[in-house]
Design a protein around this ligand. Sequence first.
Ligand SMILES: C[S@@+](CC[C@H](N)C(=O)[O-])C[C@H]1O[C@@H](n2cnc3c(N)ncnc32)[C@H](O)[C@@H]1O
Length: 403
Amino acid sequence: MNSTKRSHPQPSILRSNLPPASPFPPAWAWFLDEVVPQWVKEHYSPKDSWKKKPFSLQDARFFSQGVEELSELFTEERPQGMPPYFQHPKYRSSYLLYFLPLQMAKFLTLFQQNENALAAALDHGMKTGHLRIADLGAGPGTASLAFLLWLLQNQWYPEKELPLIELYWSDINKDILKDGQALVDQIANSFPKTRGKISIQIEVVPWWKASSYLPHSLSLIFLGHILNESHKPRRESELNWSNLLKRADGGGVLMVEPATRKSSQTLSSLRDQFLESSWIENSSSSFWGPCLHSGACPLSQGRDWCHFSYPAQIPGQWFKFFSEALGSERHWVKLSYLWLSSSHYPAPQASPSLRRVISDPLSQGTQRSVLICEPNAPGRLSLHPKSHLSRGDCVQVHKTVSI
Ligand SMILES: C[S@@+](CC[C@H](N)C(=O)[O-])C[C@H]1O[C@@H](n2cnc3c(N)ncnc32)[C@H](O)[C@@H]1O
């Protein structure tokens, strides 16, 4: 990588994307330490005599074998693609106990950073009378569950009644969808705000065929951890993105993927394809995040990729247990994402001098710098010894150097 020395005004940090204290809503502990483990125990315990007793350390030890195996499956290179792991009860139960809270934490972190996108979804839902949410490759409905817990926080429309909430879930595995449906029912029935208000429609279809089962206008569309593990459709025509994007109103489309190069570059390439095909408007207001411009993504190929790590203390005694069993307590959530706005609720135009930091600080001798997102190729910004910039932060810059 070439770098050019230069002097320039110091950047001013506009806002850090690091979440404030905690994105975890009050119902988190109830849901993930009580409801989910109890559901797993009642439906996945090998012995009937275990089923009605509270989830215990003995249960956690029993299920941790599956958590370890699934964790290995998710991290190792798989040239042949992912096996259909949810066919096995062992992996459905492990996902519910450990990966569900982990992935929900990622969605909640992004919700906290992009509350205006969720306000757009709610406004659309209020105006149409139905908050319609699609969750493709939903698994147990991770993104929708995170959204429901977020919605239950008091500061959101405390005085207003929620509209009807219609969830449209699709996946290739029916059993995990059913698990998630039962968990949503428990949320719906436990809070006066949501009682009688939530319905779920389930389709067992690959995600690229799901749009034909969806209503014409949706308040929010989620695709969570799906693009990285599903085979591509046989024919490109099956991959009907434009059909899906046309349905996105309100808060738009949120895609979250692992922080790996391949997953992130898949998202970057999709973004560029949407712009080239004019499926989204050529404007920075087409993105809630992370993009601040609508030029070509500088990281859609090559050595670097667009990903973020956010500090997070994921609460919960069982999450802590499984994290420790895997050898490390998690203090970060790592992800790549793309959040498209809808044309009726565009994101605010980014100021032309605003840039997103897309690397950790880089040191060369006494010089420190960061990469920042520019159309086509990353720029490099030298840092004052005292400035603290992290991957994901936004800065106002007046001059940068292309690399
Ligand atoms: C890692 S899980 C993610 C589940 C959930 N969206 C989340 O964020 O936790 C991936 C999900 O994709 C589903 N899946 C795999 N291939 C698929 C396909 N071609 N179409 C739809 N779903 C698929 C799996 O069954 C699984 O539920």
